[in-house]
Design a protein. Sequence first.
Length: 255
Amino acid sequence: MKGKNRVFAIVTHHDDALLRAGVTIKKFTDAGVEVSIVVLTSGASILPNGNESGVQAKDVLDLWNEDADLQAFMARRGFANMPTEKKDVTLEMKYAVREYEEINANKQLGVPEENVVFLHLGSGGREDSDQQDLRNGFQRNLNLLKEKTSGDERVPIFVVADTSVDLHIAHRTTEEAGHVIQQFVSETGKQAEVWSGMRSPTAAENTTWVLASQEDIEYKRETFEKSYPSQSRRQGRAMAEQAARGEAPTPTSWD
């Protein structure tokens, strides 16, 4: 497999590569296959009701203060000075924190920082405008794939880790990106494999999704908690609030 293929994992949110296809990605990198992660959305927004989605201002300030590596990363992104109040935390700062976490998580999967691409096609939320931002940006995704594979003789494998029946509408929208891959094949004449809808081509050799064992699931959980503190902290607060109301704590959407 090494040297014959190159993998592009196309995901909606910053934690989807790990949570939805982490074991499969690790299979490829362990075999020496180059993998790139394309994160379509920004993963943070202000909802119509004024609530924050994706990453909270409180966590941005806490993590920025605690993590020296994050401080250096934010400085490289042009944020030399940390705000002192939540109201001064901008969406761009939230985007940067999520990207820092995504880069760290993907390193655990064997994907280097230079192979992680962020396209910022909307927030990745559930509003109709978010879905339109995604669809409007599919052409940018196509152009990126053409650029990354130009002059490369390796057969690309496109992993679209979403399905048309996903409960989250942004994931259903991303699944539509399959037509971008079809256009890529048509315009470049390249042979390619597409793994979409959580299925792989049954006739292709060595292209089955890797079934996660209990050990794999535990690995993903530990990697998530270590690499995405902004999300695990938000989840922990939500579950604590449910418990305080006398409700059985249940996991909520990470995004």
